[in-house]
Design a binder for this molecule. Structure first.
Ligand code: AMP
Length: 223
């Protein structure tokens, strides 16, 4: 299965992608995570990406497609993948379609996470992320057992620089201008499924699984 998780920042794509990827044994390909690793490693690409990410804008399509091309060449991506936070522009969606076609592959389904703006703001500004394993928490609705410490690995929790309220508002604007048009594109391709992204994490996961299993049951996308 090749699945893309589409939705605004804070919709829960990362949390669900991590779980499902683990369960299905396919890689979670999260462009935001790849960019943050490059930034932490201090590579020239990482430094440039960090500067753009801090403003809430998008990294250029050619940079993102270079990263995706490299990632798809790794052997674990042969079995399938969950694209998380990618594609984010019409240009990326078209480039992905071409790239997959060259490999004899195609997206099977695009899952859209619908969440209200007020809920997105609440989630993002209260989000805390483990520096070591990437697990996410929320100061109010999903606090760690010990403040500032990851329940999973004991790593240090921190607030992402781009989760400040001003940058979150900018990211939501960028989402509605550059990413929301993908809904109509994937709807027209017959690939879009909507998932109600509010409520309990387990309930959302069950809905996602139903949506993907319905596609898998039909043998995936026509190639
Ligand atoms: P995320 O972790 O998905 O919220 O992404 C954090 C930031 O990384 C975004 O605000 C963008 O600056 C950048 N980014 C992540 N994925 C993409 C993408 N597919 N296209 C362009 N920029 C991206």
């Amino acid at each position: 299965m090749r699945i893309a998780f589409l939705g605004p920042p804070g919709a829960g794509k990362g949390t669900q992608a991590r779980e499902l990827a683990r369960e299905w044994g396919v890689p979670q390909i999260a462009t935001g995570d790849i960019l943050r690793s490059a930034a932490a490693a201090g590579t020239p690409l990482g430094r440039e990406a960090a500067r753009i990410m801090a403003t809430g804008a998008l990294v250029p399509d050619d940079v993102i497609m270079g990263l995706i091309g490299d990632r798809l060449r790794q052997p674990d991506a042969a079995r399938g993948s969950i694209f998380d936070g990618f594609p984010r522009t019409i240009g990326q969606a078209e480039a992905l379609e071409k790239l997959l076609k060259e490999r004899g592959e195609a997206l099977d389904v695009v899952l859209f996470f619908a969440v209200s703006e007020a809920e997105l703001l609440r989630r993002l500004t209260g989000r805390r992320v483990c520096r070591t394993c990437g697990e996410t928490f929320h100061v109010a609705s999903q606090p760690p057992q010990r403040a500032g410490v990851c329940d999973t690995c004991g790593g240090e929790l921190h607030q992402r620089e781009d989760d400040s309220e001003a940058t979150v508002r900018r990211r939501l604007e960028v989402y509605s201008r550059q990413t929301e048009p993908l809904l109509a594109l994937y709807e027209s391709r017959g690939l879009l499924r909507r998932v109600h992204g509010e409520g309990a994490i387990d309930g959302i996961r069950a809905e996602l699984k139903r949506a993907t299993e319905a596609v898998a049951g039909r043998g995936g996308a026509a190639r």
